[in-house]
Design a protein around this ligand. Sequence first.
Ligand code: GLN
Length: 191
Amino acid sequence: MVIGVLALQGAFARHIEACTQLGAKAREVRVPSDLADVDALILPGGESTTMSKLLESQGLFAPITERLAGGMAAFGTCAGMILLAGSVLDGRPDQRSFDAIDLTVRRNGYGRQVDSFETDLVVTDIAGGSFHAVFIRAPRVEAVGAGVDVLARVGDDPVVCRSGRVLVAAFHPELTDDLRLHEHFLSLTGV
Ligand code: GLN
């Protein structure tokens, strides 16, 4: 099994390290041909507006949409969650998303005062106690569709969600040494 990590911009390197530490092969995805031998895809944190533009200019938007429609597993963190969502609020007018999970997310939805914060979460389906989560200008989930499981919340806000083989987190699990969310994603890939 090979995990692709979208490497156009943002925090992709740590995701590759996390997969490698878990014994999975991981490779950077920068151009459409990189997708050929990839079984699952991680979309990292960074800046979703920039990633959206680069996805189009690199010709990656259509082939990734096609792979997602074909059931490829995907894990989006922070900006990656925005890219996988069905509906994006406060995005740029030309910003696109893959509509791979039925969520409405607001970019930078935690506001300027608290646009970065850390907290400990309990994540359903993940054993071993709470998970330390680092939020950086994180998206806020404002609506969750039927068929989406909420695995963790901060207050009332969903911050880890799953729908089929698509997993998203509003924070940056790759910035801590806790590999349990990546491990959970690998178990979803079914490869
Ligand atoms: N605010 C960023 C965006 O809109 C996401 C921040 C992040 O990925 N840390 O894409």
